[in-house]
Design a protein around this ligand. Sequence first.
Ligand SMILES: [Zn+2]
Length: 427
Amino acid sequence: MHKIVTLLLLFITLSGFSQTTKPKFEGQATSTTSEKVDTRNHAIMPQWRGQQTLGNITFDNDFAGARLNGITQNNDTLYTAIIAAENYPINPSPWYAFKVTSQRPKQIWVHLTYLNAKHRYFPKISRDGKTWQVVDSTDCRLIKGPENKNQSFQENALSESAYVRINVDTKTTWIAAQELMTSPIVNEWSKDILKNKFVSSTIIGKSPQNRPFECLRIGEDKSDSKIMLVIGRLHPPEVTGQFALQAFVEALCVDSETAKQFRKAYTVYVVPMMNPDGVDNGHWRHNTGGIDLNRDWADFNQPETQIVRNFLHQKIDGTQRKLYFGIDFHSTWDDIFYTNITEKPSHMDGLIKRWFDSLEQSIPTYKVNARASKPASAAISKAFFNKEFNAEALVYEVGDNTSRDFTKLKSKTAAENLMRLSLEYLK
Ligand SMILES: [Zn+2]
């Protein structure tokens, strides 16, 4: 009898273990913090930009999105890259991006080291700056500290540093933390979206470094009576969130009956690039004011958040217009939605809950991972949209390593279902 129980326990333990090798992501603790942080300017350290040649190898950080704070040569085939943040303290999202060329074909290793951070993003490689691949696992060696050796998930599992092997020649090779999605690249995407006759665009402000804040308008209702808002890229390294935003917006622009009806009833405003200065300066998280813009939706000390707040107030105040829905695209350790525990009904009560259910029905292999917090608890975008405008609002987070194809599929499906459900609210 005792033996059977032991075997049974062993079986339960083993089967439980196999199911929990990748634990469910519970969300970032900081997103529910009740502490308000000071969002007045905090000095940043600009990065020196240019080319540096060591031996026959030239490293270059003089382009939009670049981040390489220093490079040294250890020996004929080994170089050490020093990567630092714009300022500290800062979240552990150590962005890097640089170009490398060699006067003659050669294989080198670059040791990626970080100032006050660990290695997070598995390197991506490109030969044209546009198409990217994940570096082959045999070409990247992760150096884990003793306390992280047996961890396999999220922040605890990060390596101290990483070595990446690159075949260099006279043609440029790009190495970056994620695919480069700078403000010029996103502007090109906007131009494509603008080819649709029901899309227009306005510049609703300028960033501190004078980059335009483009706002796309999708819809055919001239009165703008029912407004939705899509924003993204508050945090520069969150490229997978940008992919999701773009797939979402593209799906709002298709030729289906649902999309056409939706665009007659609702107007969607899209600000695809909320932190263009941070993105183009290769920042880890902040704007040029040195502030996390997703902690500034209560005090509005930063120009970037002020632009969107003013835009919404100018559009809505003193009119019959309403903000129905606000969505903010980000990236984190895994796919998750952060929602509001609403204290008063929104203009589309229950929409998000129904939307999640519909996503699971449309993608049977997918389970929604969502976490709700009180809108009063933090100065983040979803709280502002809900408290100020009674909108259904959420943060749409995509995992750093979530398959790019699945990211697009889920986001496209999310947009289709949102359009369908929104039309039901008109009945
Ligand atoms: Zn973020």
